[in-house]
Design a protein around this ligand. Structure first.
Ligand code: SF4
Length: 310
């Protein structure tokens, strides 16, 4: 099994190289919005699923590819891997980029897990509910998990951890949006560095609905200083597309070069590149410790011959 994936362009983490420590869909929850589909192995037991040496060898082999974060996430809940702490500690010696862990927060009640995760530079925990009813509805947790304990674990992490905590709240219409006041209260008591509010923009495996843009803006009022993650305007203006493709046709470029050569801010450039990559118009390749974006051959031909020509 390959443990590294990407780097992917991520709005929250820029160019993020993923590390997966678990067999497909091993989790202690079965969130209704999960993009990975049904949880295949529902467990709360931590275990060593793969040899840490193998994972570290893979990290080492790709350490020079140039990415903003090495991000532990992937096929399930990364804290279920009992090798997480050791791998984070060793990975720090191998890569220059900061380390991030995306977690569903469930095991943060354990001091051992908090100590392990504290090796990361950024922790991105989720909090989708603050009452048992909403917790059951949205996250469908393993029987032993209690939302009150999870919130306690998040507070303890805040007190002990010196790195950044970016708390994500995922909202699904008619499932947990009624819990928002309680979630906001819990978030205040946790005091993360950032609160990022999200809704289901990419189609998950189950038929669930996102909150409307208007409702999401309303939700922001419950928090002191939260950010909205979804982007309702998922397109690249024609002029920006042409400028980027012309630039890359001349010369493959890094994200930083693209931003400075066309005077585009990083967040907007990430969005445009992500869309163009999804549409198969550009691709990226590592070279000399950087990720270079280049025009995909198909887009080049299309650009020369005009739309609809192939
Ligand atoms: S915690 Fe993450 S991996 Fe587990 S079911 Fe929820 S979204 Fe999927």
């Amino acid at each position: 099994m390959q443990h590294l994936f990407g780097p992917v362009l991520s709005r929250r983490l820029g160019l993020s190289m993923g590390v997966d420590l678990l067999p497909h869909k091993t989790c202690n929850m079965g969130c209704i919005y999960c993009e990975l589909g049904c949880t295949r192995k529902l467990t709360t037991e931590r275990a060593s699923y793969f040899s840490p040496e193998r994972v570290l060898a893979e990290i080492k082999s790709r350490a020079d590819e140039g990415f903003d974060y090495l991000t532990f996430a992937g096929s399930g809940e990364p804290t279920l891997s009992s090798d997480l702490g050791q791998i984070l500690r060793e990975a720090k010696k191998i890569v220059d980029s900061p380390l991030a862990v995306i977690t569903n927060s469930s095991l943060l009640i354990s001091k051992e897990v908090r100590n392990e995760i504290s090796e990361a530079d950024v922790v991105l925990p989720s909090l989708d509910a603050a009452t048992p009813k909403a917790f059951q509805a949205i996250d469908r947790p393993a029987k032993s998990l209690r939302i009150e304990k999870i919130i306690e674990g998040l507070r303890a992490l805040r007190q002990e951890y010196r790195g950044e905590i970016w708390l994500e709240v995922m909202l699904v219409e008619d499932v947990n949006d009624d819990d928002i006041e309680a979630i906001a209260r819990a978030a205040r008591s946790i005091d993360p560095d950032r609160i990022q509010i999200n809704t289901v923009v990419r189609p998950p495996a189950e038929p669930v609905s996102p909150l409307s843009k208007e409702r999401m803006l309303e939700v922001l009022n419950y928090f002191n200083d939260a950010e909205l993650i979804p982007d309702w305007d998922w397109n690249v203006p024609k002029a920006s597309e042409d400028t980027i493709l012309d630039l890359l046709k001349d010369r493959p470029s890094t994200l930083e070069e693209i931003c400075s050569r066309i005077g585009m801010n990083r967040e907007k450039a990430i969005k445009c590149l992500k869309i163009l990559e999804t549409e198969g118009k550009i691709s990226k390749k590592p070279q000399g410790g950087h990720q270079y974006f280049e025009v995909h051959e198909k887009a080049l031909i299309q650009k020369c011959l005009g739309p609809g020509s192939i």
